[in-house]
Write a protein that binds this ligand. Sequence first.
Ligand SMILES: *Cc1c(COP(=O)(O)O)cnc(C)c1O
Length: 482
Amino acid sequence: MSTVKFFYGENIPLEMHKARIVQKINLQPIERRLEAIKEAGYNTFLLKNTDIFMDMLTDSGVNAMSDKQQAAMLEADDSYAGSVTFTKLEKKIKEIFGKEYFLPAHQGRACENIISQVYVKPGTIVPMNYHFTTSKAHVVLNGGTVEEIFTDEALKIDSDVPFKGNMDTGKLRDLIETNGADKIAFVRLEAGTNLIGGQPHSLENMQEIRKVCDEYGVMLVFDASLLADNLYFIKTREEQCKDISIRDITRKLADLADIIYFSARKLGCARGGGICTNSKEAYLKMRELITLYEGFLTYGGMSVREMEAMVVGLDETMDEHMINQGPQFIEYMVNELVERGVPVVTPAGGLGCHINAMEFVGHIPQEEYPAGALAAAFYLVSGVRGMERGTLSEQRDENGNEILSHMELLRLAMPRRVYSLSHVKYAVDRITWLYENRHLIGGLKFVDEPKVLRFFFGKLESTTDWETKLVEKFRADFGDSL
Ligand SMILES: *Cc1c(COP(=O)(O)O)cnc(C)c1O
């Protein structure tokens, strides 16, 4: 796809697949969308699919499967213990990551639960390039603290640095020196850093991190959930990897980690997860908890059909023409928005397009959740569902004070192989319209605020009736259009 040049006009991403099964989607009129967002407490997590046109909430469990994945699901071997399907998966993990031991788990956060319960003790620290919501929650639940040691570039919205997800190894060394190596539960590196805009780390960075870990005898845990995008960026942006296959890059990364875990809802376009390692000691420690929390060792809470889909999906992830679809569609979307002056995170990363709400609705104070308000407003004017990634996704401190997020982002995830270019153009059109009318958007306040992971279930309302004005302006500009 990246190598196809167009003779006429613009260069657009070209899909290396075709659709053979389709699903009808609904675009409700804005009046229904207004009711729907109110019913959902202005929380896009609580919208119903029947009210959604494009679902850009997440790439978790919603990527399109291939015909080969579907076919494999039909011949899954079902049994409580010792299924052929599990052996296949174990073998594929060994082939791709070069790790001897594999523990299945029902999804990514389940892996985080197991790893944190085994390695995070009260008072220990887990340094990370950046936290993910569930990974941080599990560390904290076990009495540990998270230290984010990203580079100075990581939180810059406008940038041309190719690897904003890198860990600052100088800060890592300082942190270990200051606290002592025995206080470090493990170092966690996240591929395709979810919360700072799907930004990748480089192979070189991981090699440096490994050096520091070796120096101090600290374990390196690799969260490979968003590895597919990261692999694409390493291949296209890192000089030392230009001529290396995706398979070889994967192996180089995997060789640097003591423990690898992943959400197969993202990696491999299926549903599930797993942990792999070459350390028998680590394997044995975690094994007990798998049977306690997940299921027997040969399924770990997954259906065998999903495991079959994972085997094929992981293999397909090693194909550059498969993993470039997401990043190239995202790049197209980001470039279109940049051209129209809409503030977005650059360079384009993986996972999705990230709108900078801090600037888009700069008039809304962080305590009124600008990214949450923007997510609600964007759904209202487009039927497109995105996700707030900002202060709303944080948790209050022990005194009940808001922890203001470093960034206020509206994430528009790009499920792989699901939407067409005309869908993307529609989303760009409506964001651009909303940007021109951004002064109409107001803030949100909680009416029902859960203590833990409040962004999932919390219900809010608008601070003024700004949504009514937005609907009026939409009708004035678009007439009776949907
Ligand atoms: C989604 C995600 C997880 C958690 O995986 P689930 O399958 O949703 O539990 C962990 N780490 C990263 C980087 C993720 O994107």
